[in-house]
Ligand binder design. Sequence first.
Ligand code: GLC
Length: 730
Amino acid sequence: MTKISKKTANTYLTFNNPNIEEKVTQLMSQMTLDEKIGQTVMYASEMDVTGPVLDANYLEYIKKGEVGAVLNASGVSYVRKIQKLAVENSRLGIPLLFGFDVIHGYKTIFPIPLAESCSWDLDLMEQTAQIAARESSAAGLHWTFAPMVDISRDARWGRIAEGAGEDVYLGSLIAKARVRGFQGNLESTNNILACAKHFAGYGAAQAGRDYHTVDMSDIELRNTHLPPFKAALNEGVATFMTAFNELNGVPATGNKYLLDTILRKEWNFKGFVVTDYTSITEMIAHGFAENLKHAGEIAINAGSDMDMQSGAYKNHLKEYLNEKKLDKERLNEAVKSILRMKFKLGLFDDPYRFCDEEKEKQFILSKEHLKKATETAKKSIVLLKNKNKVLPLKNTSKIALIGPLADDTHHILGTWAAFGRENKNIISIKEELENKNIDFKYTKGCDILEENREDFKNAIAIAKKSDVVVMVMGETENMSGEAACRTNIKLPGLQQELIAEIKKTGKPIILVLMNGRPLDLSWEDKTVNAILETWFLGTNCAAAITEVLFGTYNPSGKLTVTFPRNVGQIPLFYNQKNTGRPTNVPNADPRYTSKYLDVANSPLYPFGYGLSYTEFTYSKVTLDANTLFFNTSIKASVTITNTGNYDGEEIVQLYIKDVVGSITRPIKELKGFKKITLKKGESKTVQFEITAELLKFYNQKQDFVCEEGEFKLFIAGSSNHKFTNTFFLK
Ligand code: GLC
């Protein structure tokens, strides 16, 4: 028997507040058609450019009430100035919404989202989103275009940096945490509207090339790419943003199946949908619209409520109505969904409610925020290798500090760093070591990209005189993020060559990486003694890395994205399907199996993997029952002991395999995790409750089901482990 889950009614943020509905209706009755159309239009200010075009006349449009929202404008005085144009010049004085890409902080910059996801600390991610909201709202902003919840399994795709990695279960929980952090209950001016983006399938761009075609089965869409969006919606996310890509032949911005059938009809979404930057215009290039007018008609009818920067709605919406190509009720719905948010934010009571100079001074870059930035940075670091426990460093060691990112304060903030770079108090690793009176010699050695060997000699010389060499290397901040894809995911430039030269000195090498994607580290894994994956850690990067290097903080991060052995394996992720000819069948002829001739199928570093300065030992897993019914649960318990010499944190992970399904099922799926702290010698028992709900998936009929049969499980500190227990769902 398969148990079909009823379409869960949304617990999401309800807008059926009679007050607001009454006010919206009342306002709508006063609005002219032009004023209604105005609400569906968003333009970018010239303060920050995040897309290909700008319209210099946007301020004139605002005065005439022809704009509903502005992006890329922030700062109390600037926002106040533009808001006044709308409120004091337009007939009804409807206030503008101000939105910005506050992706991992406003001025206090946290680790890039992919890094932060490696902390597996949901409370922490909620807190950093809340701080980002507090700083943004103090700067006059009402809305962030975050969280980006795209699932991606392709390290070539630059925007993998902006998400929460490859896993659906973890990505969905992180989506909820970030929405909670940004929005809270939307009552106070410390919270802002969040935006689940990019709806949908953007992370599956062909060949890992940004904006490229996306084509997948409905089963893959529903089981892999939609869950984090549904999770964000269930958490009350106020807005969605359409993706640039086409999905199965239809651009997302004009995709009625996504925006109406799924988002409104199945999921009952009551917020509003904004397009991505000129994504309406881009339906022409997609070959899906003849011209801008045609593109706009498709978008508004599909369910895109607000037009970011294309001008289609401003210039053509009225024609669609006159030509009976748009039902006025559809326009009214779009306008009402936008007005609801403005009422919800209290902007009609006070359009300048978020413009508070005092708050701007008090909150932005506050001590409390900076402290949280250091904590988050530390917890985002993943120790990938530590041969012969070369880490942590001793204060007495003579250290050679080398590499293009060792004295950097620009790239360390990563992509989408908002106004983080205006902060002049950011210090580099080199400066942090100086501040701590560590004995070290420094030279840059090489650049990230430029092929210049002039400083090699210096680097070799200081390495020879040292006990240990710390090499800080990686990518530039703009080698990941939007429109930043790579076909070669090795360390760029001459960085590998410099490592090889330093290797010849025989000194132990600690490689500290700053990068926005999984890299091909196969050569480095064989060459250096330790590898710290630090991603781009944000404002207090140097403090965090120094604490880990010297053992003040024992690294606890675990990968949320697979590191392949080389780019040829991509897409590579931990929960692939078994195929009909898996390679791991004992006594089978290995020749006719699903494999490569030149590299193992396994990754270099798997999802869920990360080392510590201590060791954790797991007991056998015990189950309090071996049969699960639809209305019962099984408790899986395991005891973890810290058998090493450092206190530490361990992310205990539960993986389950559905052995046989009405569709093929992944070889394993993360179904639970708990982060625990263990003093050295301490033991703790961790328990997971397994229910039928946890085992559901979308079948071929698009029903969310779980099916009777055999399941296997294990509990470990990484996804790379054998199954240890079996249970049956009856
Ligand atoms: C960009 C991005 C999107 C961002 C928007 C506004 O092109 O795709 O993530 O929120 O435009 O800057």
